[in-house]
Ligand binder design. Structure first.
Ligand code: HPA
Length: 271
């Protein structure tokens, strides 16, 4: 059932996009600007793509941008879907299936996250080397489409070690420090309580956020190599004395944006 929907979207898109993308990009809030650097781009609004969900969050453009970036054929989601917006988990991950069917076998996914590791600082960039799914749901629940991937998916290397190495090399080349750590996903939309943050730290999380994990599970299901990078926009609740505010998240995103974009651009050059 879902396969037919994916095929309908793909069919619509292949007629509009003249390149076969090799890399899919999911750009978190603030990083949408990167999509503006894509050359010879084709821009397609989510609302015109059959079966595609439509973005509700302010500041998320809600369009697919495909073209060339640093010599690579890319397709970028400018604006993504969060489970807390009320979409079914299948809808949240639907675009990943579509981008893979269009040809992308690598996925670079970015997000903003709260720092759980007390050694981290606001503004750090963190390469995700593993994750903990605390969303209490899973996009693979339901009948399995064998054409998509296996029923019981191996998740021994959810984030590609080759891409992690490339990201570390890229950071070195442009002279920025990056962290490497475990991303824990909650549904949100509330930020965590201090007790939850202490619990997450004990469980091995370095950062916490409200996205990414569903898309990464689906990308793995489709045998796509994944690179995930978080911007630590704030320290998670209870670590510093101040309360959390979405404004801080936006401010940090804007402050770090140039470095973040430089990093992704350099990674594209190297992979
Ligand atoms: N918690 C969860 N998600 C987030 C945070 C946070 O502290 N900051 C940015 N996204």
């Amino acid at each position: 059932m879902e396969r037919i929907k994916v095929e309908e979207s793909v069919e619509y898109l292949v007629n509009l996009i003249d390149i076969e993308p090799e890399i899919a990009l999911i750009l978190g809030s603030g990083l949408g600007e990167l999509a503006e650097e894509i050359k010879e781009s084709t821009v397609i609004s989510y609302s015109e793509i059959p079966n595609f969900p439509v973005s509700t969050v302010k500041g998320h453009a809600g369009q697919l941008v495909s073209g060339e970036l640093k010599g690579k054929r890319v397709i970028a989601m400018q604006g993504r879907f969060h489970y807390y917006e009320g979409y079914d988990i299948e809808k949240v991950t639907f675009p990943v299936r579509v981008m893979k069917f269009l040809g992308a076998d690598k996925l670079i996914i970015t997000n903003s996250a709260g720092g759980v590791n007390r050694n981290y600082n606001v503004g750090d960039l963190m390469i995700i080397n593993d994750h903990i799914n605390f969303m209490g749901t899973n996009p693979l629940i339901g009948p399995n489409e064998e054409e998509f991937g296996p029923r019981f998916l191996d998740m021994s290397e959810p984030y590609s070690s080759n891409l992690i190495t490339a990201a570390e090399n890229a950071a070195k080349e442009i002279g920025i420090n990056v962290r490497k750590g475990v991303y824990l996903a909650t549904t949100g939309p509330n930020y965590e309580t201090p007790a939850e943050v202490r619990c997450m730290a004990r469980l091995g999380a370095d950062a916490v956020g409200m996205s990414t994990v569903p898309e990464v599970i689906v990308a793995n299901h489709m045998n796509c190599d994944v690179l995930g990078i978080s911007c630590i926009t704030n320290m998670a609740a209870g670590i510093l004395s101040e309360s959390l505010d979405h404004k801080e998240v936006i401010e940090t995103t804007n402050r770090v944006k140039d470095d973040f974009i430089d990093l992704i651009t350099k990674i594209l050059e190297l992979i």
